[in-house]
Ligand binder design. Structure first.
Ligand SMILES: [Zn+2]
Length: 374
């Protein structure tokens, strides 16, 4: 195939041998048919004085509307070259993850490419693999491709290959010198320098992990924009750049402690109680309370008859009310009051929650209203 012989060829003349509805069979092509995670190429056919979009559909069949005869094919080079660079970057980067225990599941190359894999890989591994990939790009390591027979595979113990996926008799080997040998039918660049730059843009943890990455100017821009964000935060907060990681992890720890403190506060805080015509009304304002715990306590309290619980959060301005079964007819009263005070709310038969601009006023007025309507 011409795209293997010269992956940099952008234009050729070809012949249309057969034509079927919207499809043409060519005698040769420079458009890659797709595979190995790399999408099929697209381009243009110049025929009958027109320039039409074409796409390789596989086995030399192309999506095209030209008539039988000679045509000129022009490759969508920007797209192809980005795929070639992304593909070679993927080999380079993944090899570094593989030696740390990653097992490839699949790749999908595109404007932002994705690698899915298994294994005990941590963020430090990903960042280190990224760093090493960028180093090899700067060094300008050569990339060579060649064909071997299936039998010869044994002579390459380092070769990354999924034997069950090899369909033909021949295997194409992509060699990033001194770094990686991989069986792959995609199209790659000749030298890692062509990738320009590499950036991991996302890392998804879990059993199946995923890394997304970009190459070239996009990678440069990504690194720069992340560095800009970091500087904005450190300058605004007056933190020295080098100390940011420590300050940030301290903040996270403090947040955890605060949230634990709020949980136990919510658990231990007693509601105030009032009695109106034999109905017990429990109420309380707790700033930043742990909502789940409060709701559970309110529901528990109102499991017995003649009980109502009212709650307000002075930080989020959230309010809620719970009613015992025999008091649930008062629920609409609470909903109306939330609306009257300019808030919104919703809920179930014996529980409502919402927000109002002033939780204190809500609690005072709902107590009054309930007492009048009992
Ligand atoms: Zn490849």
């Amino acid at each position: 195939m011409l795209y293997y012989e010269d992956p940099y060829k952008k234009r050729i003349r070809a012949k249309i041998l057969k034509k079927e509805d919207g499809k043409c069979l060519l005698d040769r092509t420079i458009l890659y048919e797709g595979g190995g995670g790399q999408p099929a190429d697209r381009g243009y056919a110049i025929c009958d004085g027109k320039r039409e979009r074409i796409e390789h559909l596989g086995e030399l069949w192309h999506k095209c509307n030209c008539n039988i005869g000679e045509i000129e094919i022009e490759l969508d080079w920007d797209f192809r070259y980005e795929m070639m660079r992304s593909h070679t970057a993927e080999h380079t980067f993944f090899r570094f993850l593989q030696v740390r225990g990653a097992e490839l599941i699949k790749i999908a190359l595109s404007e932002e490419s994705s690698i899915m894999f298994k294994g005990d890989i941590k963020i430090e591994d990903v960042l280190e693999a990224e760093e090493k990939t960028r180093e090899l790009i700067k060094k300008g390591i050569e990339v060579k491709s060649f064909w071997i027979s299936k039998e010869e595979v044994e002579n390459y113990p380092e070769l990354r290959i999924k034997k069950e996926r090899i369909k033909g008799e021949k295997v194409r080997v992509v060699n990033i010198e001194g770094h990686d040998l991989s069986a792959c039918k995609g199209i790659h660049v000749k030298n890692l320098r062509e990738i320009g730059d590499f950036a991991v843009t996302k890392f998804r943890r879990g059993k199946k992990k995923e890394v997304k990455f970009v190459v070239g100017d996009k990678a440069k821009e990504f690194h720069y924009s992340m560095s800009k964000t970091l500087r904005r935060v450190t300058w605004e907060e007056n933190i020295e750049g080098e100390k940011f990681e420590r300050v940030f992890s301290n903040m996270l720890r403090e947040k955890e402690i605060m949230s634990e403190a709020l949980k136990s506060l919510s658990e231990e805080m007693e509601f105030k109680k009032e009695n109106c015509k034999g109905v017990e009304i429990a109420y309380r304002i707790i700033p930043g309370a742990e909502r789940k715990i409060i709701v559970r306590k309110m529901m528990e309290f109102t499991n017995s008859p003649k009980r109502i619980a009212i709650f307000g959060d002075s930080i989020s301005h959230a309010v809620s009310c719970a009613f015992s079964e025999d008091m649930k007819h008062l629920r609409d009263l609470a909903m109306e009051l939330i609306k009257k005070l300019g808030g919104k709310g919703g809920g179930s038969e014996r529980f409502i929650s919402g927000s109002t601009p002033d939780e204190k006023e809500f609690i005072e007025r709902i107590k009054e209203g309930i007492c009048k309507n009992i």
